[in-house]
Design a protein around this ligand. Structure first.
Ligand code: ASP
Ligand code: MG
Length: 405
């Protein structure tokens, strides 16, 4: 007998028929003799719909009330899943985050989990019940309902897996796992059998959103091995785990593209101590998320700063920069929206040389110009023209042999 935590995302519990199918799956696993803790999301679209309703009433709804509202999405699906299990004669009980003992800090709408009191869950598992827990929510020390940030049901599942010392943690979604590239763009993209936490995090930050990044960070910290797989078939998924030596044999694990970035150029600023600090302080104060910073210093004491920001932050970035340029004594801001950031990711880069040269040559061979370049220990990112982004992904995917097993 093993103890399994399964998380079903919004599409997997998207309607009554799907909830019934999830219940059948749970029943089958339970009949093999396993203990099960199930985490469910709200039905797909519900969280967005609830947010839209709140914003239709008030431009800036209170964050406490938002948490109160958003938590209802998951409360619906836990109860329906329990009822679906009862209909199959499977003993099951549903819990809100608070009832499941998930204690968080006080930061409404993006709370962090502090501790989990797993005793009630342990008691029910011992009594032979399937325990169903609402994802994405908890309770703070003042007894207020909190939520864990968008996509937070993943975090609930990973944290519960750590708390109940599960033998297995399975994240069920609507794709078969993590792919070498987006299969809609690259037709010979392959599903990966396994990937390291760090690779998964880099791919997520590069535009391949399979899971909430915070949940992967949490899994890494507590060494929770988990599998991302589909609830619509029985194919094995992708195992996400700590890096092991043989993973470095593969130089590039995957290619991601982020088409949601804007390039901002701040040109002709005085080349003196404090200029960059002031520019990025102003952006930080405006809560703009900055990526890929490049600075070059020309002659005559003049510098240019180029960086990328999410499209949704562009207007805020430009507005925040105006007063700073006056303060530091000059400079102009230009914005280029039709760009994409392509990233190749792999722990093998730590021990292989020539990865950047190979990528750049592959892009050159198809006549794609590279704009910005940035690297980390396990990632190389380049900015290219948005119109050629898909072509660039295919070239990178092919040159690193990702289409071959
Ligand atoms: N329902 C929440 C959201 O849409 C949490 C989740 O689905 O993971 O963000
Ligand atoms: Mg999700």
């Amino acid at each position: 007998m093993s103890r399994i935590v399964q998380k079903y995302g919004g599409t997997s519990v998207g309607d009554i028929e799907r909830i019934k199918r999830v219940a059948e799956r749970i029943k089958a696993v339970r009949e093999e003799g396993h203990e099960l803790v199930i985490v469910v999301s709200a039905r797909s679209g519900v969280t967005n719909e609830l947010l839209a309703r709140a914003r239709a009433i008030h431009e800036h709804p209170s964050e406490r009330e938002l948490d109160m509202l958003l938590a209802t999405g998951e409360q619906e699906t836990i109860a329906l899943t329990a009822i679906a299990l009862h209909a199959l004669a499977v003993p099951a009980v549903s819990y809100t985050g608070a009832q499941a003992g998930i204690f968080t800090d006080k930061v409404h709408t993006k709370a962090k989990i502090k501790t989990i009191n797993a005793r009630p869950i342990e008691r029910d598992l011992k009594a032979g019940k399937v325990v169903i827990v609402a994802g994405f929510q908890g309770i703070n020390e003042d007894g207020q309902i909190t939520t864990l940030g968008r996509g937070g049901s993943d975090l609930t599942a990973i944290a519960l897996a750590a708390a109940v010392q599960a033998d297995k943690c399975e994240i069920y979604t609507d794709v078969d796992g993590v792919y070498t590239a987006d299969p809609r763009v690259v037709k010979d993209a392959r599903k990966l059998d396994e990937i390291s936490y760090d690779e998964m995090l880099e791919l997520a930050s590069s535009g391949s959103k399979v899971m909430q990044s915070r949940s992967v960070e949490f899994a890494k910290k507590y060494n929770v091995v988990f599998e991302v797989r589909s609830s619509f078939n029985h194919n094995p998924g992708t195992i996400v785990k700590e890096e092991v030596a043989y993973m470095e044999q593969v130089v590039v694990r995957g290619v991601a593209v982020d088409k949601d970035q804007t390039k901002v150029i701040v040109s002709n600023i005085p080349d003196k101590p404090g200029s960059a600090a002031k520019v990025f302080r102003a952006l930080a104060d405006a809560s703009v998320i900055v990526d890929m910073i490049v600075q070059n210093v020309g002659r005559h004491g003049i510098a240019n700063l180029t960086f990328t920001v999410p499209q949704s932050d562009t207007a805020r970035a430009v507005k925040a920069l105006e007063p700073v340029l006056d303060e530091i004594g000059g400079g102009q801001v230009a914005v280029h929206e039709r760009i994409a950031k392509l990233s190749v990711v792999g722990v093998g880069m730590k021990t292989h040389s020539g990865v950047a040269a190979t990528l750049f040559q592959a892009l050159a061979d198809v006549g794609i110009n590279i704009d910005l370049i940035s690297t980390s220990e396990i990632k190389i990112s380049v900015v290219v023209d948005l119109d050629r982004a898909d072509e660039a992904v295919r070239a990178a995917h092919a040159v690193f042999g990702l289409d071959k097993v």
